[in-house]
Design a protein around this ligand. Structure first.
Ligand SMILES: N[C@@H](CCC(=O)N[C@@H](CS)C(=O)NCC(=O)O)C(=O)O
Length: 207
């Protein structure tokens, strides 16, 4: 059994989508980051950087294993289930490239843009900087999706699972400044990924 520690954010939903996709049994433990639950000592013992998502896998040969950082949790669950990441070769490398592109680039940049975009006190230089970088990243993504249906190529993978909750949120909350209307390949990918039952279910966790 897996214990998932998560909240209603794109980073959290990457893992609930993955768990829904794999069919691995899991229990959800909501960590209300707006009430500072991420600073509770019991949670910090699992996730010392005080961020969701994190999990504990109780079903390993060496006893319970805790993992934080979605960029590590996703390949772990893929390898454990044998799904959504090739075990070796070029398909594995391509999926891991785009997974890292999300965790190191797209996620942090959209996160910063969202913060400054919604802030009551406007900081034009910050909005300009993060809008420019988000547009660049989404342009790269649209170009990649012109070459194949999924980020890693022909196969749906953990790279798509990592990107989906972020891009779905941005396309709803910041459609205009990020010019989603001109990103046909991303729009088609959003529809393709978004219609998967496991994605629909994972996006609603925690309720
Ligand atoms: N690099 C981390 C980012 C996780 C992250 O930023 N989580 C946010 C919610 S989306 C969080 O827990 N914030 C709470 C805090 O910073 O105190 C990952 O990919 O897992």
């Amino acid at each position: 059994m897996i214990d998932l520690y998560t909240w209603k954010t794109p980073n959290g939903r990457k893992i609930s989508i993955m768990l829904e996709e794999t069919g691995l049994p899991y229990t959800v433990h909501p960590v209300d980051i707006y009430a500072d639950a991420q600073f509770a000592p019991a949670f910090l013992a699992i996730s010392p950087n005080n961020k969701i998502p994190a999990l504990v896998d109780h079903d390993t040969p060496d006893g319970p294993l805790s993992i934080f950082e979605s960029g590590v949790i996703l390949p772990y669950l893929a390898d454990k289930s044998g799904q959504f990441l090739a075990s070796s070769g070029v398909r594995r490398i391509r999926a891991l490239e785009w997974l890292n592109w999300q965790t190191a680039g797209l996620g942090p940049m959209l996160g910063q843009l969202g913060f400054f975009y919604r802030a009551k006190e406007k900081t034009p230089a910050a909005i300009e900087r993060y809008t420019k970088e988000a547009l660049r990243l989404l342009g790269v993504m649209d170009g990649q999706l012109a070459k194949g249906p999924y980020l890693g190529g022909d196969d749906y993978s953990i790279a798509d699972i990592a990107c989906y909750p972020w891009v779905a949120a941005a396309s709803t909350l910041m459609a205009e400044p990020l010019h989603f209307e001109s990103k046909a390949n991303i729009q088609a990918w959003l529809a393709r990924v978004g219609e998967r039952p496991a994605v629909k279910a994972g996006m609603l966790i925690p309720a």
